[in-house]
Design a protein around this ligand. Structure first.
Ligand SMILES: C[S@@+](CC[C@H](N)C(=O)[O-])C[C@H]1O[C@@H](n2cnc3c(N)ncnc32)[C@H](O)[C@@H]1O
Length: 211
């Protein structure tokens, strides 16, 4: 069952290479021109985009901008690919890649916004390096974000929030914002966010641009 599921995921990825970019290194520094967007259009990246609800909705609502999601699990990203394909979205690309190598895919200062939505908390200290808000990942985000580009992180995990606050806040400019999310009726939510919110969990965020 598991094998068949994975085989199906690989098929979905292989059959949709217009969306599921195989060699993102080839587009480094050229994403906008390669996908017919003006140089002044906004490029947003979601790391660990999961099944793509947030990214596909953002893409639909901001057709002039480009959205790119990284997700290392093929069995998960295939759901995002199917969503984007079925909705005929043309400004959303998906990379079945580990965020570890993000510097190979985006040039210095190329990205306008980075979203880290409900990343795995990796609670054990020996796994700290895997947290998508650990210092080594933040260093990479800072490199690819343009001056005044925005980093936004959301989680329902209080320990991860507190860990991230301590690391991220000193790196951000004074106009940073953080705390518990106050929802507006039109907030675009991720899969995990809808689930946690329905359960009544408080959701925390950190947003700002690097110094
Ligand atoms: C808890 S899920 C959240 C998914 C989605 N952002 C949401 O809010 O619904 C975290 C996702 O991040 C992915 N992920 C974790 N570490 C990653 C990495 N280093 N590179 C790419 N994806 C990663 C996982 O495979 C998983 O699908």
């Amino acid at each position: 069952m598991r094998l068949r599921h994975v085989k199906n995921a690989f098929e979905i990825i292989e059959n949709n290479r217009d969306i599921a970019i195989e060699n993102p290194e080839e587009y480094k520094g050229r994403w906008r021109e390669s996908f017919n967007k003006p140089q002044d259009s906004s490029l947003s990246v979601e790391v660990g985009c999961g099944k793509g609800k947030f990214l596909s909705t953002m893409s639909e609502e901001n057709k002039n901008d480009l959205f790119i999601g990284l997700e290392m699990m093929s069995s998960v990203i295939c759901r995002a690919i199917t969503k984007v394909k079925e909705k005929e979205i043309t400004n959303c690309l998906l990379l079945n890649k580990d965020c570890e190598h993000i510097l190979d895919y985006f040039k210095e200062g190329e990205v306008d916004r980075i979203y880290i939505n409900f990343p795995d908390p990796w609670p054990k200290l020996r796994h700290e390096k895997r947290r998508l808000t650990s210092p080594r990942f933040l260093e990479k985000y800072k490199t690819i974000l343009k001056e005044d580009g925005i980093l936004r992180f959301k989680t329902d995990n209080l320990d991860l929030y507190n860990y991230s606050l301590e690391i991220i806040l000193p790196l951000l400019k004074d106009d940073k914002r953080f705390g518990e999310v106050e929802y507006a009726s039109d907030t675009i939510m991720t899969e995990f966010e809808s689930k946690f919110k329905e359960m009544g969990n408080p959701i925390y965020f950190i947003e700002g641009s690097f110094k």
